[in-house]
Design a protein around this ligand. Structure first.
Ligand SMILES: CC(C)(COP(=O)(O)OP(=O)(O)OC[C@H]1O[C@@H](n2cnc3c(N)ncnc32)[C@H](O)[C@@H]1OP(=O)(O)O)[C@@H](O)C(=O)NCCC(=O)NCCS
Ligand SMILES: [Zn+2]
Length: 212
């Protein structure tokens, strides 16, 4: 069977641009679209109804949920997990190695790139958005429905529904499930466009119908 026919059979219901490189062992759910020059390394798993924009790189064993949007030029190394309904905007970089070096002076050779005990795990929880060009350092959690502003450098975990911006990223507010900023009202917060109400307990925000 020709290579393109094999790919079609393996990924039924998935749109894959002919220039994309999908390595062995990759799983992609039905209804997903993979655009040009995307590279997905072995054993990565992508859910259904996702979009992966052009020139995005997804490393070995990365787990990505359903209804996820990865824009163009996104870099996702091993150790990163992206839950359902997450948006990662154009040009975002995740980091999984805190003290990287090119050369290993004990073995006198190029330092290995394979994951090891120093590889940091990061999770982006359901419904969160990472704005364009953000850098997310390793070992962090981006909470449910959090919003990371464009160009931020995230050095600490972000609470659910928090809005963070800057370098280093600092919290400047809270956002709704819909992504809009929450407005303070007596006894809590509300979202003007969709009228959801929230209350703050300590540093955690709670919605009417769900808990973070
Ligand atoms: C963070 C964000 C949601 C803030 O929007 P907002 O709540 O309407 O805030 P405003 O534009 O009123 O800005 C509020 C303040 O934050 C600052 N600010 C806004 N976005 C910022 C960012 N990304 N980084 C640093 N500071 C930012 C503004 O300069 C302003 O500062 P000031 O109070 O000193 O004047 C928005 O700017 C953003 O970055 N969205 C992500 C966009 C994106 O990446 N889209 C990707 C798909 S195209
Ligand atoms: Zn809302």
């Amino acid at each position: 069977m020709a290579k393109s026919a094999r790919v079609k059979k393996r990924f039924a219901g998935v749109r894959i641009h002919p220039t994309a490189m999908i390595e062995p062992g990759v799983e992609i759910g039905a209804g997903s679209s993979i655009w040009d020059h995307v590279h997905i390394r072995s054993n990565a798993v992508l859910g259904r109804e996702c979009i992966v924009g052009e020139k995005t790189y997804i490393a070995y064993d990365v787990r990505i949920g359903d209804f996820v949007k990865l824009n163009a030029f996104v870099y996702i190394p091993t150790g990163v997990t992206i839950e359902d309904k997450v948006m990662i905007s154009a040009g975002c970089l995740f980091v999984n190695d805190k003290y990287p070096r090119a050369y290993d002076y004990s073995s006198k050779g190029l330092a290995g790139s394979a994951p090891n005990e120093d590889t940091l795990a990061t999770v982006v929880k359901e419904g969160a958005t990472v704005g364009a060009g953000a850098v997310i350092l390793g070992g962090l959690e981006i909470g449910r429905f959090a919003l990371v502003g464009a160009g931020s450098v995230v050095t600490k975990s972000v609470p659910a529904h928090a809005l963070v911006v800057g370098n280093p990223a600092r919290q400047i507010g809270w956002v709704c499930v819909c992504g809009r900023r929450l407005l303070r009202e007596r006894g809590g917060f509300h979202c003007r466009p969709c009228e959801k109400k929230f209350s703050l307990k300590g540093r955690k925000i709670f919605g009417q119908t769900f808990r973070p």
